[in-house]
Design a protein around this ligand. Structure first.
Ligand SMILES: Nc1nc2c(c(=O)[nH]1)N[C@H]1C(S)=C(S)[C@@H](COP(=O)(O)OP(=O)(O)OC[C@H]3O[C@@H](n4cnc5c(=O)[nH]c(N)nc54)[C@H](O)[C@@H]3O)O[C@H]1N2
Ligand SMILES: Nc1nc2c(c(=O)[nH]1)N[C@H]1C(S)=C(S)[C@@H](COP(=O)(O)OP(=O)(O)OC[C@H]3O[C@@H](n4cnc5c(=O)[nH]c(N)nc54)[C@H](O)[C@@H]3O)O[C@H]1N2
Ligand code: SF4
Ligand SMILES: [Mo]
Length: 708
């Protein structure tokens, strides 16, 4: 009997969230409803432990505000007024509109906008890619998360995989660089603690003492966007003191001599001026790194959400090469996604596209795409993402979504801030109602999800929805009639990826989690896919792109370092950093009471010196603002950062959804709590990445705004 047909029991599942850990779950079901979510103790990497967010996932899946049926807008755009319609009506209306737009303006007038609200490959990057490809729609560049850093890693290391989780257990020095793993990758934090029990020192390098920093043996605060300089300063000392592994470098790297010369300019004193890290600490860090083996560097997402983010990751990931860590049981991690890379051609079927040269739109540029791009975007289909909250330049994104001549469809579980702007809203199933395949960008297990509960209301999966739309559009290809099992089989069959050896649908069905075959990793250093086949300390490719071929510190376009402090943006002298919080997953859960009450309200951490200079007291209502917008917050006066940096964690919706007695905050000044009202859509140096944290603001007490 299918799991959906059994009213009660405990069933295996996979966490669908955009989190490296990709936990094995157990869903406890009573009378057809999930009542409890626990960790699956049999999952070898996550071993039964899950985070607080997902322990309350039943509240989200069975939330009273889940969308239950399709709706059509009945009030002004953005008003959130809708009337119920049938799936038949919705699908034929969308198809008719898309056909009309294609005929009149060409299919590139339609833009799909999605991200990994559900990491299942069929629903996140399967049938949708086939559909929009076949339609000939504009392509989306999926750049909002880690693409600058991943590009920086790949220019240096070639292959997009690093240390395995198990390797990190043996580290004697564990560096978390620009990440907050206690909140964002809790199983890696568990391994870090085990390494510490075995004698490791934990060092956290960050712009604020986040939850991970509070557990560090040594927390090193620095100015945002200056990591490249810090890493170069460390290299300076490593070369200077003879702490590099010259034998390893000769065999496995190119550009050592050029780099040795180049880093002479990054003396501890100069590096200290740029980064805000005292020269003595830079020397101490370098000695610690050069003399401790094995060592591990966990490279987070924080340092790469910057104008210079690709270079920052590239530079940090040169460090294990300099000390030969890759041959000593140590190394670094940025993402392990490449070990599990699937057969994308079979999954996404780019061959269905009639116009392979169609334009590509960087998702960080959504505001421009909707407001200034020509030829215009006239149809927008959003799913698995909440761009009104998560995309930069939020005010302009909303202005774009308000366009009367833009036809917007949003496929969602909730009436998010984005869905409120839709012309048609479609209800989406939760991942526990679907069949899907999950890989992890941290551990080495592939997992299968099969439906545990029936679809809530009239909701449909992305997979199913795009099949329906394809049918309505008259796309006759077999690719739109395939079922989930057949697509999973095709995706797993990737002759280019030896790590997938032995991972089959049958095995997944039987065992739920199947390990990758990690034997090829023994050849890691011999299999690097850089042009030279070696670790590229010097990169000809970067040079040909007009970037410095050697790791080089370039100051932020918007921001400051200790050398240039105050030169740029004198009206906005504070750097504003808005990383994830502990209890939301990006903007997911921001509408669920339990998670809201755990996070209470959006805070602005501000240093006592900066608070005093502005007459701001702890607990006071403040506004952070710049030319792009304003964000209302509550001041938390704290010295967790260096002076000059303010931090606000968490991506909050504009206002709590539909809560009794609460109105949506007005779209004008004040009352808004979108961090992204402040952030810029500039593109990072590499990979088309986002630059969320290269943002400057000024802060004032909230009551000052009425006179401003
Ligand atoms: N609880 C929770 N978990 C999550 C998420 C969530 O929203 N909530 N989001 C998920 C997603 S999509 C991702 S991509 C990952 C991200 O998780 P992580 O890789 O941990 O990265 P972030 O949390 O974005 O940022 C980490 C840290 O970078 C710091 N930082 C900012 N600028 C700089 C800088 O210039 N230099 C340095 N050294 N540090 C800097 C921030 O202060 C922050 O503490 O987490 C995933 N897991
Ligand atoms: N200021 C600032 N902005 C940031 C970041 C930051 O640190 N600071 N982090 C950035 C990063 S790293 C990322 S990854 C992005 C994340 O941005 P998003 O990918 O937009 O993440 P979420 O906000 O979680 O929104 C996911 C949405 O997908 C919906 N969803 C879930 N499952 C399904 C499904 O199966 N089908 C459909 N149709 N919908 C589904 C959820 O209900 C949710 O509303 O945000 C970025 N934005
Ligand atoms: S969000 Fe991450 S840590 Fe939490 S259950 Fe999901 S995969 Fe595990
Ligand atoms: Mo992300």
């Amino acid at each position: 009997m299918e799991m959906t047909e059994r009213p009660s029991g405990v069933f295996p599942a996979v966490c669908p969230l955009d989190c490296p850990d990709t936990c094995g779950l157990l869903l406890h079901k009573e009378n057809g409803k999930i009542v409890k979510v626990t960790g699956n103790p049999d999952q070898p990497a996550t071993r039964g432990a899950i985070c607080n967010k997902v322990r309350h996932m039943a509240d989200r899946v069975h939330h009273p505000e889940r969308l239950l049926y399709p709706m059509r807008r009945s009030g002004p755009k953005g008003s959130g007024q809708f009337v119920r319609i049938s799936w038949d009506e919705a699908v034929s209306e969308i198809a008719e509109k898309f056909r009309g737009l294609s005929a009149e303006h060409g299919p590139e007038s339609i833009l799909p906008y999605s991200f990994y609200g559900n990491m299942g490959v069929l629903n996140a990057e399967g049938m949708d890619r086939r559909f929009f490809g076949r339609l000939g729609a504009s392509k989306l560049a999926y750049t909002i998360c880690n693409s600058a850093g991943n590009a920086g890693w790949k220019y240096t290391m070639g292959f997009g995989g690093g240390s395995s989780p198990e390797d990190t257990l043996n580290a004697k020095l564990f560096i978390v660089w620009g990440g907050n793993i206690v909140s964002t990758s809790m199983h890696q934090a568990v391994l870090m603690e085990q390494a510490r029990k075995n004698g490791a020192k934990v060092v956290v390098i960050d712009v604020h003492k986040n939850m991970t920093g509070r557990r560090a043996d040594w927390f090193i605060p620095l100015h945002p966007g200056t990591d490249t300089a810090l890493a170069l300063g460390v290299m300076h000392v490593l070369f200077d003191r003879g702490l590099t592994d010259e034998d390893f470098l000769r065999r496995n790297a190119i550009g050592t001599e050029e780099l040795r010369e180049h880093v002479k300019a990054y003396t501890p004193e100069r590096t200290a001026r740029i980064t805000g890290v005292p020269a003595g600490d830079i020397v101490r860090l370098a000695l610690m790194y050069g003399e401790t083996s094995p060592s591990h560097i966990h490279i987070g997402n924080g340092l790469q959400h910057h104008d210079n983010g690709g270079m920052a990751v590239r530079t940090v990931c040169c460090l294990p090469a300099l000390t030969g860590q890759w041959a000593r049981g140590g190394g670094a991690f940025k993402s392990n996604g490449a070990y599990a890379s699937l057969n994308d051609e079979a999954l996404q079927r780019p061959d269905l596209r009639p116009n392979p040269g169609a334009r590509t739109i960087n998702m960080n540029k959504l505001a421009d795409a909707l407001l200034t791009l020509t030829p215009r975007i006239r149809g927008l289909f959003v799913f698995g993402s909440n761009p009104a909250v998560v995309a930069p330049e939020a005010d302009r994104v909303r202005e774009g979504l308000m366009r009367e001549d833009l036809f917007t469809v949003v496929h969602e579980l909730f009436l998010t801030d984005t869905a409120k702007y839709a012309d048609i809203v479609l209800p989406a199933t939760s991942s526990f109602e679907n069949t899907d395949l999950y890989t992890s960008y941290w551990h080495h297990y592939v997992q299968l999800q099969e439906p545990v509960i029936g679809a809530v209301g009239e909701s449909k999966s992305n997979f199913e929805t795009f099949k329906l739309l394809a049918e309505a559009m008259g796309f006759g290809e077999e690719a739109f009639r395939e079922d989930e099992e057949s697509v999973i089989r095709a995706a797993l069959n990737n002759p280019d990826n030896p790590y997938l050896n032995g991972v089959t649908f049958e095995k997944l069905r039987e065992e739920r989690f199947v390990p990758l075959d990690m034997t090829p990793k023994k050849e890691y250093l011999n299999r690097l896919s850089t042009p030279s086949g070696k670790i590229e300390l010097y990169s000809e490719r970067l040079k040909s792109l007009g970037l410095p071929p050697l790791p080089t510190y370039l100051p932020l376009e918007e921001g400051f370092d200790g050398e240039n402090r105050g030169v740029r943006n004198s009206a906005y002298p504070l750097m504003f950093v808005s990383p994830p919080n502990h209890n939301f997953l990006n903007s997911t859960f921001a509408n669920v009471e339990k998670h809201q009450s755990l996070e209470k309200e959006p805070l602005l951490q501000i240093h006592p010196q900066d608070a005093e200079a502005r007459g701001i007291a702890d607990g006071e209502r403040v506004e952070a603002y710049n030319d792009r917008g304003v964000c209302a917050l509550k001041a938390s006066v704290t010295d967790l950062m260096l002076p000059g940096t303010v931090v606000s964690q968490g991506l909050w919706w504009n206002a709590p959804e539909g809560r009794e007695g609460e109105r949506e905050a007005p779209a004008g000044r004040g009352g808004r709590r979108l961090a992204n009202a402040l952030t810029s859509s500039r593109i990072a140096d590499m990979g088309g990445g986002a630059t969320f944290f290269s943002t400057t603001v000024e802060v004032r007490p909230a009551d000052a705004s009425s006179s401003a």
